[in-house]
Design a protein around this ligand. Structure first.
Ligand code: GLU
Length: 490
């Protein structure tokens, strides 16, 4: 049997991280078994809103390396792969179920259903099941509005096997006679998933745990149509915290959101793989090749996982370390370009200074600038704020116990530092070293005074002369002179 799995998102305009994880596991499972991975868009719930929303899904999946063998934009032998384009397929199966007594026409009005629910009913009461089939067909032919419902047994229970949850038993009493075909002639998810998965030859259905308890209904449909149900793998959700699912309402939740927050696609895929699956050897950082080798169903979790952005940041930092300076620059540039006060600086040079210090590309700006892109813990990260901090210079910033510096020493040294900057710009570092030796102070003292003088920041992404190089000779002199002026006023 050739393994075939599918990812079946609704084109909502963004690819939720939970959906992407489902896609990843389905992809891994298919590819591990030498099988096919299929993309199917389930758009029958809404007005045909495919367009852009579909494109976001195609692009995100391909970018993340989840290449599907068949799908709306790549074709395949089992198409169409967009549900609304399959609308003519479903009716004949629904009619077959009606003939076998596994489904029935229902003419209940909205008002009747509302009354039924208002009087305490929790599920449809099978009212229309008693209409003789010939009469129901006459009413349909006469143009009366109808839906088609599944006829679920009233007594007994159904047991099926799930590869994650083991044997699952659901009493029929918990199940409702759901609508299979809506009054507009389109199938509901409850029907389309069965027909599509069967006709597309899907052998393993991997999807969210919210469908676990409905699975007996789907199996009944497969059997009524004389088909073998697929194997199932239901996945627990990804949570924001113990009580809430990760959702768009509470900030980032889609693949693109995390890309925009400055995470690398490989880090995102790596991290979401860990949300619900643990490799036997507990490795945390791995690539697609590792996952293809090591993914296994018995490592899938039966409980929900919590999205921990601090952990994603850590992992992303590990990936960032592996980038070359050029790659880092290419990723960081769009973020650097958004920071006004960096305009005019050599961003390439700045990015090499920032490379070893960033956990996400959003770190390259001031804390305010990328506020929405950071986690709460990260708001203190301000790797470039030194550029503007010089205005906030105060004399006490020169105090450094270990270097034995203070404002008085700084005032004494600054005229010399200005002179050295003017005369020895091209070999500034050795010039400062020689100066320290001649003056009988620590090299650290000279570098500290220099760096505080031009940045007013105790923490900067590079040393004194690197900061000077970044600003350029003219700006560095302007800053040193401003520092001297400030100290001379004291
Ligand atoms: N369209 C459904 C969803 O997005 C698909 C569920 C499934 O994979 O069967 O939840």
């Amino acid at each position: 049997m050739r393994v075939r799995t599918r990812f079946a998102p609704s084109p909502t305009g963004y690819l939720h991280i939970g959906g992407m994880r489902t896609a990843l596991y389905a992809y891994l499972y298919a590819k591990q078994h030498g099988g096919d991975f299929i993309l199917r868009l389930e758009d029958t719930d809404r007005e045909r809103l495919v367009g852009d929303a579909a494109q976001i899904i195609y692009d995100s999946m391909k970018e993340a390396g989840l290449c599907y063998d068949e799908g709306p934009d790549v074709g395949g032998d089992y198409g169409p792969y967009i549900q609304s384009e399959r609308r003519d397929i479903y009716m004949k199966y629904a009619e077959q179920l009606i003939e076998s007594g596994d489904a029935y026409y229902c003419f209940c009005t909205k008002e009747r259903l509302e009354e039924m629910h208002a009087s305490g009913a929790t599920k449809y009461d099978k009212h229309c099941l008693s209409i003789p089939l010939e009469e129901a067909k006459r009413r349909v032919a006469a143009g009366e509005q109808y839906v088609i419902r599944q006829n679920v047994p009233e007594n007994g229970e159904y047991t099926f096997h799930d590869l994650v949850f083991g044997d699952v038993t659901v009493p029929y009493a918990d199940l409702e006679d759901n609508v299979l075909i809506k009054s507009d002639g389109l199938p509901t998810y409850n029907f389309a998933n069965v027909i599509d998965d069967h006709l597309m030859g899907i052998t393993h259905v991997i999807r969210g745990v919210e469908y676990l308890s409905s699975t007996p209904k789907y199996d009944l449909l497969y059997r009524a149509l004389g088909w073998e149900p697929p194997a199932y793998m239901h996945l627990q959700p990804i949570m924001r915290d113990a009580r809430h699912k990760l959702s768009k309402r509470y900030g980032a939740a889609s693949y693109k959101d995390f890309i925009n927050k400055g995470y690398l696609k490989d880090a995102i895929i790596n991290y979401i793989a860990l949300l619900g699956w643990s490799p036997k050897d507990n490795t945390e950082k791995f690539d697609m090749a590792y996952m293809l080798e090591n993914f296994s169903v018995d490592g899938l979790s039966r409980s929900p996982s919590i999205f921990d952005e601090a952990k994603l940041r850590w992992l992303n930092g590990e990936y960032i370390k592996e980038l070359t300076d050029d790659e880092f620059y290419a990723h960081a540039l769009p973020f650097l370009e958004q920071v006004d006060y960096l305009k005019g600086l050599d961003l390439k040079y700045l990015s090499t200074l920032l490379h070893s210090r960033c956990l996400s590309f959003a770190d390259v700006g001031p804390s305010e600038c990328f506020k929405d892109m950071r986690t709460e813990d990260d708001l203190s990260v301000n790797l470039t704020e030194f550029v503007t901090a010089a205005d906030k210079l105060t004399p006490d910033m020169f105090v450094h116990a270990k270097n034995k510096t203070d404002a008085a020493l700084a005032r004494d040294m600054l005229p010399d530092l200005i002179k050295l900057t003017e005369e020895r710009w091209n070999d500034l570092y050795p010039a400062l070293e020689e100066y320290a030796a001649a003056k009988g102070v620590k090299k650290g003292a000279v570098l500290w005074v220099y760096r505080i003088g031009i940045t007013a920041s105790p923490v900067t992404p590079g040393g004194a002369t690197e900061m000077a190089t970044l600003f350029g000779k003219e700006e560095t002199l302007r800053r040193l002179n401003a520092a001297l002026e400030l100290l001379s006023r004291q």
